[in-house]
Design a protein around this ligand. Structure first.
Ligand code: G3P
Length: 233
């Protein structure tokens, strides 16, 4: 299972990368706009930090325009994956890019049928938007589950990338269902590490450690090692 961060914020990406768990990054025009900086420079900086695929989205709405933008985006950095909106033109561009070996993330997926078409067009990833499906009163996780089932039935090579993850329960469900990738905001990724019993347990361990005789872990262990070294010399 791969974990991607869904942001264009450099501090968040650096922090998540420092935990050693980051497999990739997804951006979109809204996330880029939120940072208020040059698009190409931002994508390049993200690619230098993230040692994996970084989705950068086209804004053209016709296949020729998408291909022209994709050719430029790919030159920014080898980590760039081309993000295309789901549409007939997007499918056309997806097929052309996939045929030349360029990885595509087909985005704005809200149904199994859309996901099937994207996979048939050779997309490397399809991105169902779980949270936005929930927003309509439908069940985003049920759609994700159906997409995974259909892809498994036909052994599609396209990876399912659970997107629009809003909270840790979405992240948990995506993991349970076997989503190949989950992309999530920094705050959700951060929250995945928390459990009240971990904090409580750690506090109890520290309180008990204070009762252990000696002047602290490092001096105690260093003294022990030095004594052993002397004895074996
Ligand atoms: O990866 C897609 C994501 O950025 C959309 O999330 O929360 O705007 O629906 P959201």
């Amino acid at each position: 299972m791969k974990l991607f961060i869904d942001t264009a914020n450099i501090d968040e990406i650096k922090e998540a990368a420092s935990w050693g768990i980051l497999d990739g990054c997804t951006t979109n025009p809204s996330l880029i706009a939120r940072e208020g900086r040059d698009f190409a420079a931002a994508v390049h900086e993200i690619c230098e930090i993230v040692q994996g695929p970084v989705s950068a989205e086209v804004v053209a709405q016709d296949a020729d325009g998408m291909l022209e933008e994709a050719a430029l985006l790919r030159q920014i950095h080898p980590h760039v994956v081309i993000k295309l909106p789901m549409s007939h033109e997007g499918l056309k561009a997806c097929r052309a890019l996939s045929d030349e070996g360029t990885p595509v993330n087909m985005t704005l997926i809200f149904s199994v049928n859309q996901a099937v078409l994207a996979a048939k067009a050779g997309a490397a990833y399809v991105s169902p938007f779980i949270g936005r499906i929930d927003d309509t009163g439908q069940d985003g996780i049920a759609v994700l589950s159906d997409i995974i089932d259909v892809f498994n039935t036909y052994y599609f090579e396209t990876e399912v990338l659970a997107a629009s993850i809003r909270h840790t329960a979405h992240a948990l469900d995506a993991a349970r269902l076997g989503s190949h990738v989950s992309t999530m905001p920094f705050k959700v990724m951060k929250a995945m590490a928390y459990h009240p019993l971990t904090d409580k347990g750690n506090a109890a361990f520290l309180a008990d450690w204070a009762k252990v005789p000696g002047d602290g872990l490092i001096p105690t262990v260093e003294r022990f090692l030095a004594t052993r070294q002397k004895e074996s010399a």
